[in-house]
Ligand binder design. Structure first.
Ligand SMILES: [Zn+2]
Length: 452
């Protein structure tokens, strides 16, 4: 066969929907044109993938890149550079910015602003607020929008919190796409925050944000989702109790788990890392850690994400509860998960389901998430045998630290290709930021109408 391609990814072991197989991949015009034995093919560019596994471009469906308004913590450029250095081809950015992305004007702003600044492709969340419920049906259909995000409790930006059932029900009746929820019960949190007083051990965080805080909110959200028939994605699920409950509601609910909750265990993490282990919902004890892994293996978990949420070192060093909650992770998510693959905690195929096919399925992402003809030529090339040490000094994030500093891992992303263009090779960003706004099935008509 003498086909000609723009790019040939040659000799890798490809994780495809049909199995993990040795194959070449031919790319034309940014899309996958052929998969198989392409030994006679010519190409303008050839990537040698021998000894590497070729995964669909990995997706982190939960990051906070902090722009606009908190550029001292993270920027869209640095955050997306960290994403590609960490092996990712697409990220979905959260909306709790200052100002929040809660209007057509702000969605338009972000779509324009990222152009020329992002190293990978990107989707955006829109924040539900008490003030924009009537616009949500229109907002969720804007080009580039992956969905509506609801902070049902525990918000750092109170303006975007929707904690009460009547408003939550109105949100659910306002459109039709799957809604993503941060599920912590604000009323129970208000009762429990005084427990910490002026200063307390960091481990008290998991008592203030106890399992009942999460469970109570998840029960309320699923009851309302049942009443309205609106599908829900519960992000960063942390407890055995919620997992058991959500398993009974699979017709409505999908489940996100964070790499950090699959890696750190309490109380060890609080003793070792202090405030640098504090996130919301919290890292819990071994019983919950084991339940999360059981749910990864059973298929209950749909997506794994980082919830990359940079904070300043100084605010993490403050005593609890004055320290800030949230951890950076976009650059370490895939290395951590590859290390878990090497440790036998999940298969490489299950990992691809969680960080590629899963996010694409849950959010209706178009043309990504699998290695298949016609799909975007997004690839993450990994060396499953590579031993590396995670170093804070290597992090692109403006915040400049990682809770995983010094951790040795086996398995490392060596290269990222986005729509046929190499954007990262061996720890270096390549070229310039060529990322684009991702496409979502439900918004294609809006995009078409705007173009007409
Ligand atoms: Zn988050």
């Amino acid at each position: 066969m003498n086909a000609t391609f723009d790019l040939l990814v040659r000799g890798g072991t490809c994780v495809t929907p049909g199995g993990t197989v040795p194959a070449d991949i031919g790319v034309r015009a940014g899309r996958i044109a052929a998969i198989g034995v392409l030994s006679g093919a010519r190409a303008a560019e050839v990537v040698e993938a021998r000894g590497l596994h070729v995964l669909p471009g990995a997706i982190d469906s939960h990051v906070h890149f902090r722009e606009p308004g908190m550029e001292h913590l993270e920027t869209i450029e640095a955050g997306s550079r960290g994403a590609v250095l960490g092996g990712l081809a697409t990220v979905f950015d959260m909306a709790n910015n200052i100002p929040a992305v809660d209007s057509v004007k702000m969605v338009d702003w972000k779509r324009g602003y990222v152009d020329g600044r992002i190293w990978c492709d990107m989707g955006f969340f829109v924040a539900a607020t008490k003030g924009n419920v009537d616009s949500l049906a229109e907002l969720e259909l804007q080009p580039g929008v992956c969905g509506i995000k609801v902070m049902a409790g525990s918000s750092l930006v109170p303006e975007i919190m929707v904690e009460d059932d009547p408003t939550l029900e109105r949100v659910m009746r306002s459109g039709f796409r799957r809604v993503a929820y941060h599920s912590e019960d604000e009323y129970r949190l208000r009762e429990r925050r005084p427990m910490a007083g002026e200063a307390a051990p960091y481990a008290l965080h998991m008592e203030v944000h106890d399992v009942e805080v999460a469970m109570r909110c998840t029960r309320r959200l699923i009851a309302l989702a049942r009443k309205t028939g609106r599908r829900a994605h519960i992000v960063h699920v942390t407890s055995a109790e919620e997992l058991a409950f959500l398993a009974e509601h699979r017709d409505l609910a999908t489940v996100e788990v964070l790499a950090v909750h699959l890696t750190l265990i309490a109380p060890d993490c609080y003793e070792r890392l202090g405030g640098f282990a504090v996130t919301q919902p919290p890292v819990r004890d071994r019983r919950h850690y084991d339940a999360l892994w059981a749910a990864v293996r059973s298929g209950l978990v749909d997506t794994v994400a980082s919830d990359h949420a940079p904070h300043a070192r100084e605010t993490k060093l403050k005593p609890y509860p004055r320290s800030t909650a949230g951890l950076p992770g976009v650059q370490t998510m895939l290395p951590l998960m590859l290390d878990h693959v090497n440790a036998g905690r999940l298969s490489l195929e299950r990992l691809v389901d969680l960080v590629a096919a899963g996010p694409a399925r849950v959010y209706g992402l178009v043309g990504k998430g699998r290695i298949a003809e016609g799909y975007d030529a997004d690839f993450t090339l990994v060396d499953l045998k590579a031993r590396r040490t995670i170093r804070a000094a290597d992090m692109a994030s403006v915040c400049g630290w990682t809770p995983f500093d010094g951790m040795a891992v086996t398995g490392w992303p060596m290269m990222v290709i986005v729509r046929g263009r190499t954007v990262m090779r061996e720890g270096q960003p390549i070229g310039r930021p060529i990322g684009r706004v991702a496409r979502f099935g439900d918004t294609l008509r809006t995009a078409a109408a705007a173009a007409a």
